[in-house]
Write a new protein. Sequence first.
Length: 269
Amino acid sequence: MTGIEQSGTRRARCLLAPNPSPMTLDGTNTWVIAEPGADTALVVDPGPDHEGHLYRVHDTVAAAGQRVEAILLTHGHPDHAAGAAAFAAMTGAPVLAADPAHCLGERGLAPGGVISGGGCEIRVVASPGHTADSVSLLLEADRALLTGDTVLGRGTTVIARDGDLTDYLATLDRLRALIDEVALAVLLPGHGPVLHDPAGTLDYYIAHRRERLTEISSAITAGARTVGEIVCLVYRDVDRSLWPFATWSVRAQLAYLGREGSLPPDVRY
């Protein structure tokens, strides 16, 4: 999946921000949501504060004869949200987020709330775990779920320093149930390609997290007592450039095991 404009659904177009990295994959997916022929559009995750990308999104919406009605954030990490204030100034649209600190305007994204715009309705699905403020956005007309960093188009996400594994596991179970509830056809991630097997993807994510917990428990049984030692054992086949981010997930998993009472007292994290 390369280039500026990516595939999506009938009502969701993707514009790829030029910020590729090991953590952002090809870059941040900015989603433009609108019913065909609508006068307005919603923009989800305008991405980094990159003038060229923000103008590209603005011009794409304008070329469709639309104006930006609202800007929605799946969470507040800079690769998704740093450009929101500049894009709001450019378009005059409010910024809606679960965390009030990232909102510009009187509205936010409340769990279970419905956002109307661009001729569409989007339901807010609380998805904490990757971060405390993560949400997913259900575009039921396309049987599509915008997942931010909760589910990626390639690989798996990390539990960030402001995240929590207990919350994340509950989120994965919630999204797995939602897939069956509304017969989801596609996941629209914040990074990487569109996912056309939502159930298989969520089943993999859930199994992967459980396997990682087992691997960390095995590393502790083998004598690892620090985060660094556990990373060396569990992530030995992962590119070392990603090890600093792996430490976030290891700490989150150790905190989870600690709450379960299955962590030796001499393990430091």
